[in-house]
Write a protein that binds this ligand. Structure first.
Ligand SMILES: Cc1cc2nc3c(=O)[nH]c(=O)nc-3n(C[C@H](O)[C@H](O)[C@H](O)COP(=O)(O)OP(=O)(O)OC[C@H]3O[C@@H](n4cnc5c(N)ncnc54)[C@H](O)[C@@H]3O)c2cc1C
Length: 439
């Protein structure tokens, strides 16, 4: 019997669930509230320069198996490029130094990179290498923060400031003091398992182009995407969902449902449908600020640059990374993770702060070099996972036999990233297939 599944939310998690189900021969209807797909992974045209920019710099690592499989399914993996050599340039008030190695040579590339890294003393380098080597054997007591964990495992202040903190901010979008050590250790285990896993990848095209082919892909499998369709409620009968209803009052029925939504949007639909939404009280959002700036002058920096001792965390050189930049300018973007403390600052205050920091670190000589800039403050960039709520992430199954959830924030044991989103989408699709087999 032909089965139909409704998926609500066309971000990476919902799209991956749709792709897996369609490939399994199951008809999918994918509903998206906005006029565009992609969710928090999207691009738009900057009206002043005509450049297509993203909602924030996204980087991937070699361990993103599920996300990369999605791109392979959509034939867009060739738009993603790996850094040829592992290289991060660190800028502080004393100048710059590279953490770099040729990944194709040497048995212990990270150790080699660390040994030649000028920002760390010998003791700090050894402490990092030792911890990575014994990471599989370290016991983590429940509810311990990364800060306590790192000190307990002999990490120096310097090692934390230059090595661990930038990594924690980038992967967990959370402070060292609040990040749960168990989640971070998972990341380290995965990242440093192999050279392949630790490789850094970028999109060479606007992000949305990586997902765009999904429309045609689904059509070839007798499935479809419906944009501008906001689902507001589910009809519940005993332990089964029978229909979902959109904002216009239209009713859609299916044999199973996947809600691929951030926690607040899921809670809203649950609340409207008389389903318990208590989980929402455990979670908050962690903001990310992205500051794109077009410059007349070239900045002497690498593709990826860590900024140390400033509120700005990362500087990405988009003129090097992307093929989509207008060659008339140099385009860069700054990322500030876990930007909660800037919630009450205006856009112009934040922009000025970033420009001052770029000048302070000697990255730009004068603010007039900047022809144009654009600040994006995403207050709901990711869920904020900390030591108090890391075990409250919801599972993919719900109390309803034919209702499943996915999204970067559900319990995948990974931080709320693209890989967590893609993995949760695949797992939700597999649960639906198993449900159909058993019912
Ligand atoms: C600035 C920024 C930088 C980031 N950098 C990185 C990075 O470098 N690496 C990394 O791995 N991750 C990064 N992330 C995180 C990554 O973007 C997310 O983990 C991922 O996109 C989440 O996908 P999702 O499908 O779980 O959720 P979403 O993308 O939020 O998708 C949910 C979708 O559901 C739709 N929706 C909501 N309500 C309804 C409704 N009622 N009916 C129908 N549709 C609805 C929404 O419009 C949306 O399209 C970053 C995020 C941001 C914001």
């Amino acid at each position: 019997m032909k089965r139909k599944v409704i998926i609500v939310g066309a971000g990476v998690s919902g799209i991956n669930a749709a792709v897996h189900l369609a490939k399994a021969g199951i008809e999918v209807q994918l509903f998206e509230a906005k006029k565009n797909i992609g969710g928090r992974f999207f691009s738009f045209t900057d009206p002043t320069t005509g450049n297509i920019i993203d909602n924030g710099q996204h980087i991937f690592i070699g361990a993103y198996n599920n996300f990369f499989d999605l791109l392979r399914n959509l034939n867009t993996f060739n738009f993603v490029k790996a850094q040829s050599n592992f290289e991060i340039n660190y800028f502080d008030d004393k100048g710059s130094a590279k953490l770099a190695t040729n990944l194709s040579s040497g048995k212990l590339p990270l150790a080699l990179a660390l040994l030649t890294f000028r920002k760390l003393d010998f003791k700090s380098k050894v402490s990092i290498i030792k911890m990575i080597l014994k990471i599989h054997k370290i016991h983590i007591p429940a509810e311990i923060s990364c800060q306590d964990f790192l000190f307990q495992n002999g990490q120096t202040n310097l090692a934390i400031k230059y090595f661990w903190e930038p990594l924690i901010l980038a992967t967990l979008n959370q402070s060292v003091e609040k990040s749960p050590a168990s989640l971070f250790v998972e990341v380290i285990k995965i990242m440093f398992k192999s050279v392949h896993n630790a490789k850094i990848y970028f999109s060479t095209v606007p992000l949305i182009r990586l997902l765009e082919p999904v429309d045609d892909f689904l059509k070839t499998y007798n499935s479809d995407i419906y944009t501008n369709t906001e689902i507001v409620k589910l009809d519940v009968s005993k332990k089964i969902i029978t229909n979902c209803i959109d904002k216009m009052g239209d009713i859609f029925s299916a044999d199973a449902f996947i809600l691929a939504l951030p926690f607040d949007r899921l809670a809203k639909i649950f609340n409207n449908s008389g389903i318990n939404d208590d989980f929402k009280s455990f979670f908050n959002f962690s903001p990310i600020i992205s500051f794109y700036f077009w410059s007349k002058s070239k900045i002497d920096c690498s593709e990826i640059n860590a900024m140390i001792g400033t509120k700005s965390h990362w500087l990405f050189n988009l003129s090097e990374i992307s093929n989509a930049v207008n060659p008339k300018y140099y385009l860069y973007t700054i990322t500030i993770s876990n930007a909660l403390e800037m919630n009450n600052m205006s856009h112009s205050e934040i922009s000025q702060m970033i420009i001052d920091e770029l000048t302070y670190l000697g990255l730009i000589s004068k603010s007039t070099d900047i022809i144009h800039s654009r600040l994006i403050f995403d207050k709901k960039a990711t869920v904020s996972i900390d030591i108090n709520n890391f075990d409250k992430r919801l599972p993919i199954e719900t109390a309803y036999d034919n209702l499943f959830i996915c999204g970067d924030w559900v319990n995948t044991s990974l931080p709320a990233t693209l890989e967590s989103a893609a993995l949760s989408g695949r797992l939700a699709a597999e649960k639906v297939i198993n449900y159909f087999k058993s019912s």
